[in-house]
Design a protein around this ligand. Structure first.
Ligand SMILES: Cc1ncc(C[n+]2csc(CCOP(=O)(O)OP(=O)(O)O)c2C)c(N)n1
Ligand SMILES: [Mg+2]
Length: 324
C-alpha cells in the first residue's frame, strides 16, 4: 500500500496506462496501413501523466485536452471502442465520426474535448471551473497543454483570470521537449515552465512525468487546493513522447537513437511495473492478466471500428453545434 493507494487502485492505474499504450501503438500500426483518415498525434510515453491526474477526477470534474488527446480521454473514462471508431471517422464513434482524433469529446464523462487549437484548452477549463464555482459544487477543471501551448497568449490570459477569479482549475503542462519539430529549450523563454506560475500568483511545481507516483502526489495537492476554494495551480510534467509529432513525421530533428533509448530507459509502464511488484505487493501475474485483457479490448475496438458504417450523408449538419 502506498499512502492512499490500494493494490486495487494500483491495478486500475496500470490498466489505464497499458490501455493508452496499446491503443496508441495500435493506432500507429493501423494508420500506416491507411485505414485511418486525417491526422493523429500519439500519446505513447506520456501515460503516467494522464493516469496520475485522471485517478483524482470525478465524473463531474471537467477535462480540456489538446491535439495529443487520446490518453487524456482514456484516463477520463471515455469508452475505448467508441474512441477507436471516432478516429476511423465512423458513425459509431464517440462523436458519430465527426470529430476524429483531434476532437474527441464526451460530455457525459466530463471530457470537454481534444482540441486542434494549440492553447485552446486553458480558457475552456477556466469556463468549466467558473461554472463549478458559481454552482457552488466542489468540482474542478483540469487542462493538459504542451510546452508549445505554454507560450500561447490564450494560455497566459487564462492563467491570469484563474487567479483573479480564484478558479478551481489546474494547468498541467506536459513538457515533452518539442513543439512539432522545435525543441522547447529553444522556444520556451525560461528554463522551467513551472516558474511562470509565480508571475500569475499561483503555486507551480516540476513533476517527473514518467513517474506515476510523483504525478499522483503532486496532483492530489493541487486538486485539494482547488476543491477547497483556494484557487488554481500549475504543474509541469517533464516527459517524452515515443512517436513523432504526428504519424508520418520522419523525426529527423531528433538525435539518432533518442526514441529507442527513451523506450528502454524512461518507460513509465516498465518503471511502474518494477515499483509495484517490488514494493507494493502486486504480483507480476496480475499485471500479465491486465496485459491480456487490454490486448483483447484493443483488438475488439479495431474490429468494431473497421466494421462500423460511415456516418450517413443526411447527418452532415447534425451534432455540429449545440443550442443552449
Ligand atoms: C493556434 C495554433 N497554432 C499552431 C498550430 C499547429 N500546431 C499543432 S500542434 C503544434 C505544436 C504543439 O506543441 P506542444 O504544445 O508542445 O504539444 P505536443 O505536440 O508536444 O504534445 C503546433 C504548432 C495549431 N494547431 N494551433
Ligand atoms: Mg511539446
Amino acid at each position: 500500500m502506498t499512502a492512499n493507494l490500494s493494490v486495487e487502485d494500483l491495478l486500475d492505474a496500470y490498466r489505464t496506462m497499458k490501455t493508452i499504450r496499446e491503443f496508441e501503438d495500435r493506432v500507429h500500426v493501423e494508420f500506416a496501413k491507411g485505414g485511418i483518415p486525417g491526422f493523429v498525434h500519439l500519446y505513447a510515453g506520456e501515460e503516467a501523466s494522464a493516469t496520475g491526474v485522471g485517478m483524482h477526477l470525478k465524473e463531474t470534474d471537467k477535462l480540456a485536452s489538446n491535439h495529443r488527446g487520446h490518453g487524456h480521454c482514456i484516463a477520463k473514462g471515455v469508452e475505448v471502442k467508441g474512441m477507436m471508431a471516432e478516429i476511423y471517422g465512423k458513425k459509431t464513434g464517440t462523436c458519430h465520426g465527426k470529430g476524429g482524433s483531434m476532437h474527441i469529446a464526451d460530455l457525459d464523462t466530463g471530457m470537454m474535448g481534444a482540441n486542434g487549437i494549440v492553447g485552446g484548452g486553458p480558457p475552456l477549463a477556466c469556463g468549466a471551473a467558473l461554472a463549478a464555482k458559481m454552482k457552488g459544487t466542489d468540482g474542478i477543471a483540469v487542462v493538459f497543454c504542451g510546452d508549445g501551448a505554454s507560450n500561447q497568449g490564450t494560455t497566459f490570459e487564462a492563467m491570469n483570470l484563474a487567479t483573479v477569479w480564484k478558479l478551481p482549475v489546474i494547468f498541467v503542462f506536459e513538457n515533452n521537449g518539442y513543439g512539432e519539430a522545435t525543441p522547447s529549450n529553444y522556444a520556451v523563454s525560461c528554463e522551467d515552465i513551472a516558474d511562470r506560475a509565480v508571475g500569475f500568483g499561483m503555486p507551480g511545481e516540476i513533476v517527473d512525468g514518467h513517474d506515476f507516483f510523483a504525478v499522483h502526489k503532486a496532483f492530489a495537492k493541487a486538486a485539494e487546493r482547488a476543491r477547497a476554494g483556494e484557487g488554481p495551480s500549475l504543474l509541469e510534467h517533464k516527459l517524452d513522447r515515443f512517436f513523432g509529432h504526428f504519424e508520418g513525421d520522419n523525426q529527423n530533428y531528433r538525435p539518432k537513437g533518442e526514441v529507442k533509448r527513451l523506450r528502454e530507459e524512461v518507460c513509465c509502464l516498465k518503471r511502474f511495473g518494477a515499483e509495484v511488484t517490488t514494493n507494493h505487493g502486486v504480483d507480476q501475474a496480475q499485471l500479465s492478466a491486465i496485459d491480456n485483457e487490454v490486448a483483447k479490448l484493443i483488438d475488439e475496438a479495431v474490429a468494431f471500428a473497421e466494421k462500423s458504417p460511415e456516418p450517413d450523408l443526411s447527418a452532415l449538419t447534425t451534432d455540429v453545434y449545440i443550442n443552449y
